[in-house]
Design a protein around this ligand. Structure first.
Ligand SMILES: [Zn+2]
Length: 673
């Protein structure tokens, strides 16, 4: 959740390689050469892969990215199992890593315990008599990272990026997007009806009679709909100014008078907080109104529902299955739940992420990989600098500022310089659920302790074993965890065309986030400050609109269209990443000229094929619809066929004629960075 707010990541996937020789990267059997490259490049590059890698039942989307993610999970499991085999003393890292895993895998005990790990909290809800009691419980749960109703977290102040400030952010919904509560189309209505049935089912599993469970489900839907109607949509939240509303505690109390903010902040260990950023003021006004006009009994139902729904994946199999049936099967189209070990490894990645990361790096990240990456990043930086210098549409004063921002962009590769200290994290043999809650509490304290202090420049927003990368606008930095620096994204020994097409574009993608529709609003120091001339800002917006209009035309499924507006930041980053990496590749070739052809492909062709293989993916129809509503990234098909026809080099590489389906006339192409 927090990472989603703070960073802009790339979700990459790549073809199914089991061998590290460079030509596996462009295995012809992954392609479908019966399709012309200019008609559907995604299928031309990936048609064979899509046929040969049918969607496994546990996935709603499966691409080579997910394959690498799976490989990484297996490596992490091995590390955890090794720790579990030699746990050492109680309290050692190996003991914590091993014990957490053992409690998570002990399904006999978990099933036997059923819902009883929640008993203490259920009794507290039962005992609540007043609205004050309700608010006390909300405050208490927030310290255990059971963030019911809304979120509080620390992050760099967007207008004073050296300091960490407390942020309040909307939440409180069981469906994963506010539009599910608002939309009036038949699909949205069906989702709401199914959700209400699911709530009733879960309340039944928590011991309620059928009548009571059904009545509670209706009540939850009404309460969440009120919250959803006061929430900002994903599109509205893309404007960093709209979610920046810094105020004093007195200001917050005036705006949202029926919630005991003073008591809440004291409980969280933040007494005397001078200022706080309120992401969505209207939401917190509605929370206050609801505290006043809803009876205590309604809030008791609401808390119980949240407790049960959040805990369900960690409890006995009846609750796990019901939760999966709704979120996994119904909303995403997955057929079966992931094997238990994968779920526990994921949970442990959150609980003890850097402890595992330290083991991971030692075993799986050679120092040469870091050197090669540093080299790539510096070439990409030079290339973007050249491109900014020669941009036709931008005036000199804005170029100067852009170049300063690029120059100041920090780079982190592999793993943090200083590892987190896990001595205060308690891991016990008593229950998996309790271990997860203790880890959440530990992470909460870590987070909240940063508030009011200077930003720690060494901190990472992802663990080293993560297969992903990100740009942080407040820190003006790009970060590449060790997890993504492996084949097939990154080969120590491959030809430049392949590395620049895969990891090179990922680097360029993250750099471009510093200059996308959101990132460009932050300056070189990570502050929200307008450094653009108004004329250049207008030109940027017009150019971005060309890309929005292009994506708005793409059909994702039947008559459902892609959302150009929701995905514009990521699409700018993909287009920028391709342009920057391609420019950098030309520079690399000046020093080391490429071979004319490898495996029948020119170096230019290899660049575009390597890029496209990254996005090969099979996906369920439900997941297509869900992501089109919720994901700021375009679907794999459009990450290929969307940006490519804007690049002249793409047409040249494959001699694509003007009458091709993908062809876009020069005057209609999007060129931003
Ligand atoms: Zn991105």
């Amino acid at each position: 959740m927090k990472n989603v707010l703070l960073i802009l990541s790339v979700i990459g996937i790549i073809a199914n390689y089991s061998c590290t020789t460079q030509d596996m990267a462009l295995d012809r059997s992954n392609m479908d050469t019966s399709v012309k490259p200019g008609d559907d490049f995604y299928i031309y590059a990936n048609g064979g892969w899509l046929k040969n890698n049918p969607l496994p039942g546990e996935f709603s989307r499966y691409g080579a990215f997910d394959k690498l993610g799976e490989d990484n999970q297996k490596m992490v499991r091995t590390l955890i199992e090794e720790a579990a085999a030699k746990p050492g003393e109680n309290g050692s890292i190996a003991y914590k890593v091993g014990t957490y895993y053992k409690t998570g895998m002990d399904t006999l005990k978990i099933d036997e315990q059923g819902i009883t790990p929640l008993n203490e909290d259920l009794a507290k809800i039962q005992g609540a008599k007043t609205i004050d009691d309700i608010q006390d419980l909300i405050s208490e749960w927030h310290t255990g990272s059971n963030p019911v109703l809304f979120y509080l977290y620390g992050a760099p102040d967007r207008k004073n990026s050296e300091m960490v400030i407390a942020n309040l952010y909307q939440g409180g919904l069981g469906l994963t997007d506010v539009n599910y509560y608002r939309d009036q189309d038949p699909k949205a209505k069906e989702i709401r009806e199914t959700y209400v049935k699911y709530i009733a089912q879960m309340m039944g599993l928590a011991g309620e009679s059928q009548e009571k469970a059904a009545a509670d489900a209706d009540l939850i839907m009404k309460m969440e709909t009120r919250l959803a109607n006061a929430s900002m949509t994903r599109l509205e939240r893309r404007d960093p100014h709209a979610t920046y509303n810094k105020m004093t505690l007195a200001g917050l109390e005036t705006m949202s008078p029926n919630f005991n903010w003073d008591g809440y902040l004291k409980e969280l260990g933040l007494p005397g907080l001078e200022e706080i950023n309120v992401g969505q003021p209207e939401f917190f006004k509605e929370v206050s109104t609801m505290m006043n006009d809803l009876p205590v009994d309604n809030w008791k139902v609401y808390l119980k529902w949240n407790l049960v729904n959040q805990a369900a994946p960690l409890l006995s199999s009846d609750l796990v299955d019901a939760h999966f049936d709704f979120y996994g099967k119904y909303l995403s189209g997955r057929k079966v739940n992931r094997p238990r070990w994968k779920r526990v490894v994921n949970s442990e990645d959150y609980a003890l992420g850097e402890a595992i990361g330290e083991m991971f790096v030692e075993k799986h990240f050679p120092p040469e990989a870091k050197e090669r990456m540093l080299d790539l990043v510096s070439n990409l930086k030079l290339a973007l600098g050249d491109r900014i210098n020669t941009l036709e549409w931008m005036s000199e004063p804005t170029k100067e500022e852009a170049l300063k921002k690029l120059e100041a962009m920090n780079v982190k590769i592999g793993y943090p310089d200083e590892w987190r200290d896990y001595s205060d994290l308690e891991v016990k043999n008593d229950s998996y659920y309790k271990n997860v809650r203790r880890a959440a509490h530990f992470n909460f304290l870590y987070d909240v302790n940063k508030i009011g202090k200077p930003v720690d420049p060494n901190e990472w927003g992802m663990t080293p074993q993560t297969v992903n990368a990100y740009y942080s606008p407040s820190r003006n930095e790009i970060v590449f965890p060790a997890g993504i620096l492996q084949p097939p994204f990154f080969y120590l020994d491959a030809d430049d065309a392949v590395n620049y097409g895969a990891i090179g574009v990922v680097i360029g993608h993250e750099m471009s986030h510093g200059f996308d529709d959101q990132g460009r609003q932050y300056d070189k120091d990570g502050n929200l400050r307008d450094w653009w001339t108004s004329d250049d800002a207008d030109k940027f917006t017009k150019r971005a609109q060309v890309l929005i209009d292009q994506f708005d035309q793409y059909n994702v499924l039947d008559t459902t269209k892609a959302s150009g507006e929701l995905t514009i930041g990521e699409n700018i980053a993909d287009l920028g990443g391709l342009n920057i990496s391609y420019t950098a590749l030309q520079k690399a070739w000046e020093k080391n000229p490429p071979e004319k052809e490898i495996n029948g492909f020119t170096p230019e062709q290899r660049f575009f094929l390597a890029y496209s293989h990254v996005w090969a993916q099979n996906i369920t129809d439900k997941e297509i619809l869900r992501r089109t509503k919720e994901d700021v990234h375009s679907l794999g098909r459009f990450r290929v066929n969307g940006p490519l026809p804007n690049l002249q080099a793409f047409y040249d590489a494959f001699s694509i004629p003007e009458n091709s389906k993908m062809y876009i006339p020069v005057k209609d192409r999007a060129i931003i960075w």
